[in-house]
Ligand binder design. Structure first.
Ligand SMILES: O=P(O)(O)OC[C@@H](O)[C@@H](O)c1c[nH]c2ccccc12
Length: 268
């Protein structure tokens, strides 16, 4: 119970129980049915990665390991800056306690642009999947380190039933093997260990070799420079999930543009 992911899971399950008591699933589903059409998250990433890089640009105010990352925090303005800079998709943290996120940030950021958006949160229950769509999300995250195989499958099926895509997130060989039994083409390799928050690009260097060739690698966390992206491309990663290093820039659009300017040739 001591690791960070376990602590998050504990409060998240309580949060979901409270939300279920306050707003019944049927009402969340009605809102999800009224949501604007889904934007193709996986499709956009895969298209972008054919010519250059696919970038999921993350809107993140704070994190458990770094504290406050950006005080001047305006999700719609940040979404526009990312879009202007050439990002392919958005990721928006909706977790409050650890990331100072909010559900409203997701809806507001997405509506400011034409990019598809990922609800970045810790998902355990199909109630949260319906919520994601009700907030206009186009994709959800499934963290293999935090769910059973049966839960992962249930969450994935629920997302697909809503027409959403799924980003599977793994951090070691065992999780990667489990994820390869799921259907989603998006295989996120998180360079950050969510139990300890240690981050190393060696995670992608090691695990990329074991990713089935029909999956798209999304290299996640700890990325700062075009050189690092080019290095990761040598291991078959052409899609990237980047938050902190872009959130710390004054000129977010310019920094995004620079990061994507000279994509390396890949191996996959
Ligand atoms: O800010 P970074 O180091 O660029 O990382 C972004 C993203 O990968 C990270 O926020 C993340 C990856 N998986 C998560 C799961 C939950 C919360 C956050 C995350």
């Amino acid at each position: 119970m001591s690791d960070i992911l376990e602590k998050i899971k504990t409060y998240k399950l309580e949060e979901v129980a409270a939300r279920k008591a306050a707003v019944p699933l049927s009402e969340v589903e009605a809102r999800a049915n009224d949501a604007p059409p889904v934007r193709g998250f996986a499709e956009n990433l895969q298209r972008a990665a054919r010519e250059g890089y696919g970038l999921i640009a993350e809107i993140k105010k704070a994190s458990p390991s770094k504290g406050l990352i950006r005080s001047d925090f305006d999700p719609p303005a940040l979404a526009k800056a990312y879009e202007d800079g050439g990002a392919t998709c958005l990721s928006v943290l909706t977790d409050g306690p650890s990331f100072q996120g909010d559900d409203s940030y997701l809806t507001a950021a997405r509506s400011a642009v034409s990019l598809p958006a990922l609800r970045k949160d810790f998902m355990y229950d199909i109630y949260q999947v319906a919520e994601a769509r009700a907030l206009h999300a186009d994709c959800i995250l499934i963290i293999l380190a935090s769910v059973s195989d049966a839960q992962a499958q249930e969450l994935e099926e629920a997302a697909f039933a809503w027409g959403m895509d799924v980003l599977l997130e793994v951090h070691n060989a065992e999780e990667l093997e489990r994820a390869s039994h799921l259907k989603s083409p998006l295989m996120g390799i998180n360079n950050r260990n969510l139990k300890t928050f240690e981050t190393t690009l060696d995670t992608t260097r090691t695990l990329s070799k074991q990713v089935p060739v029909d999956r798209t690698i999304v290299c996640e966390s700890g990325l700062n420079t075009p050189e690092e992206l080019a290095d990761m491309a040598r291991y078959g990663a052409r899609c990237f999930l980047i938050g902190e290093s872009l959130m710390r820039q004054e000129d977010v659009a310019g920094a995004t543009r620079e990061l994507l300017a000279n994509p390396a040739r890949g191996v996959r």
